[in-house]
Design a protein around this ligand. Structure first.
Ligand SMILES: O=C([O-])CC(=O)C(=O)O
Ligand SMILES: [Mg+2]
Length: 242
């Protein structure tokens, strides 16, 4: 994906940093929210792992560290049991290695491309609003779900992806986890997520619709344009010629 038909670097345009400080850490990620590379006409590139969150590269981001994000007392006391039980967490989950560099990541070439206007949801470990939204007509739009980056349950699965496809949504970006990966891959819809997780989410209906969200270092608002392919994810206030 090239913005405006040319690489931003070949046209001499350099990223600039919005906010008070440039990235401070050695991997260039900073704190994730205080800088935004601008490549053209206000287009924002989602940084962090969003170049690598195709459903075809899910397992690379499910690390040993993340498996430990579920506090031991919750495992012991079964506080998450009403969502299917952590017993269903596969052993293999603990055996996956961290994705420490892009070269560690699997192939993402077959990731489906996505372009469309954004509808946002902001929620945490509860996907009732996701179903509600996907039950409405997608009309070629992309659902962006800010799930707070939770690695403890899935906000989208095969049934919801099929619903999305049938209702005319073209893509779903999840700042969180998905499950039923094979079923999702069989749907005619592009999905990006941080990782897969076998556990379902709560079903309480908490969260907000149509609010601006922060994902991968950028602000994404209802009505923005989102472009995703195997190169990464771009967001813009206006339609781009990508
Ligand atoms: O538990 C959920 O709501 C997600 C899911 O598995 C599906 O959509 O198939
Ligand atoms: Mg399912």
């Amino acid at each position: 994906m090239h913005v405006g038909g040319e690489s931003p670097f070949s046209t001499g345009i350099r990223p600039r940093w919005e906010g008070n400080s440039p990235p401070s850490s050695s991997n260039g990620a900073g704190d994730g929210d205080n800088f935004i590379p601008i490549v053209e006409g206000g287009a924002r590139v989602l940084t962090n792992c969003y170049n690598h969150i195709s459903i075809h590269s899910l397992y690379a981001t499910a690390t040993k560290t993340q498996a430990h994000h579920v506090p031991q007392h919750q495992l012991r006391d079964g506080l998450l049991g009403d969502r299917g039980g952590l017993r269903h967490q596969p052993l293999a989950y603990n055996e996956r290695r961290p994705a420490s560099s892009p070269s560690d990541l699997p192939d993402v070439r077959s990731a489906k491309g996505v372009r469309g206007r954004v509808v946002t949801l902001k929620l945490f470990e509860d996907n009732v609003l996701v179903r509600q939204q996907l039950e409405t007509k997608g009309e070629g739009r992309v659902l962006v779900i800010d799930g707070g980056g939770s690695m403890r349950c899935a906000l989208l699965g095969g049934n919801l992806a099929l619903l999305a496809q049938n209702m005319g949504w073209v893509g779903i970006v999840v700042n969180g986890c998905i499950r039923d990966v094979d079923e999702i891959n069989g749907c005619d819809i592009g999905v990006r997520a941080l990782a897969s997780h076998p556990l379902k989410s709560y079903k309480k209906g908490t969260g907000e619709k149509h609010v601006s969200v922060h994902i991968g270092g950028v602000v994404i608002s209802d009505g923005d344009w989102l472009y995703a392919d195997s190169d990464g994810v771009l967001v813009s206030n206006t339609e781009l010629s990508v």
